[in-house]
Design a protein around this ligand. Structure first.
Ligand SMILES: Nc1ncnc2c1ncn2[C@@H]1O[C@H](COP(=O)(O)OP(=O)(O)OP(=O)(O)O)[C@@H](O)[C@H]1O
Ligand SMILES: [Mg+2]
Length: 375
């Protein structure tokens, strides 16, 4: 097993808050049919120790996004920062060295060298990198194979083991030089569900040991078990908090919401909706915290709730066709909300029965618990 102290390497001190950060990344491919924008100004942040699932339809841009982080492909514009390194500025030579030090990459089709044995496949990246002394390498390879429960197959050729076993070897190989980050593009895409589960558990144990993992997957059940999901749609990353607020929506519906919301920002104490006003929209908090206040006869407003990113408000007034009964104001200095207008809100409810039921349920709880209640 790897020790925690081995995971936190000295060469890997990051100067910014996020281990991985993409800023306004655009990727345009030149094709025979003209230029094609595969990523449209993508900005994401991943912190150390996170397990992030990258999901979305085929052709949405998941691999393109991942390839920006690994440096396998370069952005047309924008910045890719991994730890202290501005990956988009590295020369090819520096890129290869950097990648070897910092990333373990796992593909859908394993890509083990067919003429090398299992253990030799795991030793090979150590021979390139020379981080571990030559006599240590075999022992370390065997330890890694043990971690993925493949040590008894160490001397077989890849062709002699199953797909799931090959993928476990590929993971051991990705760990060979002890990189802080693992990037996997559909690592379970070619495996049956039981084997996929075993590989996923292995990822969970690596995260528990301090690794940061980005995993592209088509399997939404597996994605739900990661710490976070990034949904890619048509070259854009759908706001995570919109996803969290509306977990019953499918990919297409989430993308629809993302393209219809109006985003507004508020400073500390600024009211977002006011008791007495006409109900004008459905609000999803995408940054910061808000306070919900009820007007009281002859005394100051009463604080009844606090809501955070990924929660919504404003549904009650729309559903009841009434005026706002509560005031909601920004509790921090940079509160952002994504707003659907009433027509869009009802279109959303009509498009997803499960979402309608869930929003109805929350509205009823809020109305019952705190009558009079939220706008
Ligand atoms: N080298 C390339 N040249 C031209 N177009 C490309 C290139 N690579 C990707 N694309 C296009 O960019 C879009 C996104 O591709 P990408 O491979 O990132 O999708 P994906 O989400 O990984 O799909 P899948 O789930 O099928 O793997 C697609 O429309 C694809 O055709
Ligand atoms: Mg792909």
């Amino acid at each position: 097993m790897l020790k925690q102290s081995e995971v936190a390497s000295d060469t890997y001190r990051h100067g910014n808050d996020h281990l991985i950060e993409l800023r306004d990344v655009v990727k345009i491919f030149a094709t025979a049919a003209g230029s094609f924008t595969a990523l449209k100004s993508v900005s994401i942040e991943v912190d150390r120790g996170e397990f992030v699932a990258v999901i979305g339809k085929s052709g949405s841009g998941k691999s393109t996004l991942i390839n920006m982080i690994t440096g396998i492909d370069r952005p047309t514009s924008g910045q890719i920062l991994v730890g202290d390194t501005a990956v988009h500025t590295l020369s090819e030579g520096r890129m290869a060295v950097w990648r070897g030090q910092n990333l373990g990459i796992i593909f859908q089709f394993f890509q083990l060298l067919p003429t090398l044995s299992v253990v030799e496949n795991v030793i090979l990246p150590m021979d390139f990198r020379r981080k571990f002394a030559p006599r240590e390498r075999r022992r370390r390879a065997m330890e890694l194979l043990d971690q993925v429960e493949m040590s008894e197959h160490a001397n077989k050729l890849p062709a002699a083991i199953s797909g799931g076993q090959q993928q476990r070897v590929a993971i051991a190989r990705a760990l060979a030089n002890d990189p802080p980050i693992l990037v996997a593009d559909e690592p379970t895409g070619n495996l049956d569900s039981r084997t996929a589960e075993a590989v996923f558990r292995l990822f969970e144990s690596l995260v528990a040991q301090g690794k940061t993992i980005l995993m592209v997957t088509h399997d939404s059940d597996l994605a739900r078990r990661a710490t976070r999901s990034l949904l890619v749609h048509d070259g854009e990353v759908v706001n995570e908090y919109i996803m969290r607020a509306l977990p019953r929506l499918g990919f297409e519906q989430l993308a629809w919401v993302q393209s219809h919301v109006e985003v507004r920002h508020y400073a500390t104490g600024q009211p977002i909706i006011q008791a007495g006003d006409h109900s004008d929209g459905f609000y999803i908090i995408t940054d910061g915290e808000v306070e919900v206040l009820l007007p009281q006869p002859d005394s100051p407003d009463m604080l009844v709730d606090r809501l955070n990113s990924g929660q919504f408000f404003g549904e009650l007034g729309l559903l009841n066709g009434r005026h706002r009964r509560a005031t909601v104001r920004a509790a921090g200095s940079n509160v952002a909300v994504a707003i659907l207008d009433p027509n869009e809100f009802f279109e959303l409810l009509n498009s997803s029965e499960a979402t309608r039921r869930e929003i109805d349920h929350i509205a009823r709880l809020r109305a019952r618990q705190q009558e009079p209640s939220y706008g």
